[in-house]
Design a binder for this molecule. Sequence first.
Ligand SMILES: [Ca+2]
Ligand SMILES: [Ca+2]
Length: 206
Amino acid sequence: MVRAVLVGVLAVACVLCASDAFAVVCWETSVGGNGHYYDLIVFGDSSGVGNISWIYARNNAYEQEYSVGENTYTGYLATITSEAENTFILSMAIPFNAFIGGYQLGSSADELDKAANWRWVTSEVWDYTHWNNYTGLNNNASPYGHEDAAEFWPGAGYWNDINSQYQLRRGYILEFGPVAAVPEPATMSLFGLGLFGLLGLKRKKA
Ligand SMILES: [Ca+2]
Ligand SMILES: [Ca+2]
């Protein structure tokens, strides 16, 4: 991968004021990476003003595009599917806890089972995890209700589960790569209704 040919421009199309102080970085295949591109998108300031929710971050990521040569990639919340990828993202030296693309699908009963039904926004296999406690599980402990989304903690590269609907974090880690970034159905009740409506519409047309 020749970095000199990168002419990508991050298209930040959003209502809030995201800043893009971080440069897009490539996890080069020459060092064992996947060739994907990563960035940090920042909305909130250091006092938390302007913070966003995981759901907002997920939707905002899908609005991002990055062009390299003749390829244009659609963004998605970063999916961390190996220890090597986790280590690479840790090397980005992200300065705050930032959303990533893991979320918990299912009923509240499932969400009470802390380890159950986690997914990546890209539908990549949920296999590798790096939760923050030594039992290997997330803790689902929040004053905001169930913790049904994932964030990355930069200190040691651990993950934490966090509520998806409140504006709790300054920004998110964005990934671009040749992975189909398709919003999953029925992820959270808030969006499940709209999606079921869409499915109904499709059925009528067929
Ligand atoms: Ca990934
Ligand atoms: Ca937690």
